[in-house]
Write a protein that binds this ligand. Structure first.
Ligand SMILES: Nc1ncnc2c1ncn2[C@@H]1O[C@H](COP(=O)(O)OP(=O)(O)OP(=O)(O)O)[C@@H](O)[C@H]1O
Ligand SMILES: [Mg+2]
Length: 487
């Protein structure tokens, strides 16, 4: 559960926050003044603070300044009805996470709050890579005893004592983000901010302003000034994920920040200086992009100072057994259950698989297996069909790996892709006359939604666009395990 603290002296605002964030996942506390807020923070230990700028007693900015003396990381969103650029800049300089104008646009407020909560979680998840620690000591560990992973651990250790830029490479799902967070957690900047930006997920034309901010009127839609991630993250660490997906113009700006720590906001002309450590990651071979002139060669060399190359899972099959045990325990713990065991033939099948989706695929397979397993152990029949050499006639509906196990395609499909997706499913149905394709797909979608919502049927039904009653009927009909389904 995420904890929000609202510091605002207006009863109306407190009331609307209670309504907007009325959810079992959020616990909202309120304070009527900056002084009260500062007293409450050590008691409530909020994950995120939302604070008014103008209040009776000390101002919001002063409260933020005092808070920063003891806590450099707690994300704070400042809010005001009297927006002046100056206050906004002042707030961001003091290390506010974001700045919002009243009255709120509710969807935008929610979007910013959830993004800030995610950033807070990223900062908190302590990543340990000591390979000999007991399971209980791991918060979110990086598992691996193979020679190649030991090499990765050593590099993380070496990087922790410097401020060097690091480039993490590896196929999708190999743990690049996990390694980035481990570098941050072991670095001297561990008590400062960490912001992760997925360059591929942000539309090209918006990425530059997301990273560097923009001045009012810099482009259509830039109604007010915006402070970018580099400024927000001053003194901290920024993780640029999928760095290969960046326009040449943005690459040029990144290069300049790396070289002399300065940049300009989009549409601005005064240079801003920051001290930010950059960790970048990519799953595309940047050398090829350089050869095609899609990626700046000088930036590539600047990033490539220390390269952490994470090997694909199929090149370290010895780690599979460890990872399986780790995920069995981790998933059980998150569901407050006793860990299940796994049969030898199921483990052997997992060890022989080629793992195109790497560790993420393995984690998904384990989650799925735990949902469908009926007894105390996971059997090979609980794995998707491709995992056994000789397909067994299975009473359960099994799906091709593309749906059951694989990570979603690089880009999330849109409505336009639906005919193509349907065609693929239809061809599969035609090939396997015994298959009941509609219930099979329904079952798989429900399993995914229940995993995603940790078994919350109301949310799962909403995600799938069906009623809760329908969902419940399907859960029974398809024999999807009760403990995941009922909440
Ligand atoms: N060595 C490992 N030990 C434990 N968990 C791991 C390990 N490697 C990856 N994972 C888990 O696998 C999942 C994918 O990892 P992560 O998101 O870091 O991969 P990635 O390389 O960034 O993938 P992508 O290129 O798709 O973004 C995460 O849930 C992560 O916790
Ligand atoms: Mg990633």
């Amino acid at each position: 559960m995420d904890k929000l603290l609202l510091i605002d002296d207006e009863a109306d605002v407190q009331y609307s926050f209670r309504r907007i964030f009325d959810s079992p996942e959020i616990e909202l506390s309120t304070a009527n003044s900056g002084e009260e807020g500062l007293k409450l923070i050590p008691k409530v230990k909020p994950d995120l603070v939302l604070m008014d700028v103008r209040m009776g007693g000390i101002t919001g900015l002063e409260t933020l300044r005092r808070l920063r003396e003891t806590d450099a990381k707690l994300p704070v969103i400042m809010m005001t009805a009297y927006g002046t650029t100056q206050t906004a800049i002042e707030a961001m300089k003091l290390g506010a996470y974001d700045y919002l104008l009243k009255p709120f646009d509710v969807p935008k407020l929610k979007q910013i709050v959830f993004a800030a909560l995610k950033a807070a979680r990223d900062m908190k998840q302590v990543v340990s890579y000591e390979p000999l620690l007991e399971m209980e000591d791991y918060d979110l560990g990086i598992i691996g005893r193979s020679e190649q992973m030991q090499q990765v651990f050593k590099l993380i250790g070496q990087l922790s004592t410097s401020n060097a830029t690091a480039l993490i490479t590896g196929e999708s799902g190999t743990g690049k983000e996990l390694v980035a967070r481990a570098i941050y957690h072991h670095s001297q900047r561990a008590d400062k901010a960490f912001l992760a930006i997925n360059c591929a997920a942000i539309p090209e034309n918006l990425l530059e302003s997301e990273l560097f901010g923009h001045e009012k009127g810099a482009f259509t839609g830039a109604a007010s000034q915006r402070v970018g991630k580099f400024e927000q993250c001053n003194n901290g660490t920024i993780f640029l994920d999928e760095i290969g997906d960046m326009t040449l113009a943005t690459q040029t700006k990144i290069l300049r920040v790396l070289q002399n720590g300065t940049f300009e906001r989009v549409g601005g002309n005064s240079a801003i200086k920051v001290d930010v450590r950059v960790i970048a990651a990519t799953n595309k071979p940047l050398e090829e992009a350089v050869a095609k002139k899609e990626f700046r060669e000088d930036l590539f060399y600047r990033l490539n100072v220390v390269r952490v190359a994470i090997p694909p899972l199929r090149e370290r099959p010895g780690d599979i057994r460890l990872l399986v045990n780790y995920f069995l325990k981790k998933i059980a713990r998150s569901q407050n259950q006793q860990p299940k065991s796994i049969s030898n033939d199921a483990l052997a099948a997992l060890e022989q698989h080629s793992w195109p989706g790497n560790v993420r695929e393995l984690e998904n397979i384990m989650q799925r297996a735990l949902v469908v397993a009926k007894g105390e152990a996971i059997l090979s029949s609980d794995l998707p069909r491709e995992f056994f050499a000789h397909p067994q006639p299975s009473p359960a509906i099994t799906l091709p790996q593309s749906i059951a196990a694989a990570e979603a395609p690089a880009s999330v499909p849109t409505e336009q892709d639906l005919p193509a997706l349907a065609r693929a499913l239809f061809q599969w149905a035609r090939q396997e006359p015994k298959l009941k394709v509609i219930p099979a797909v329904e079952r798989e979608l429900i399993i995914h939604a229940l995993i995603e919502t940790k078994g919350n049927q109301v949310q799962a039904a909403k995600l799938l666009g069906i009623t809760r009653a329908t969902l419940r009927k399907r859960v029974e009909k398809f024999g999807i395990k009760q403990e995941l389904a009922v909440k």
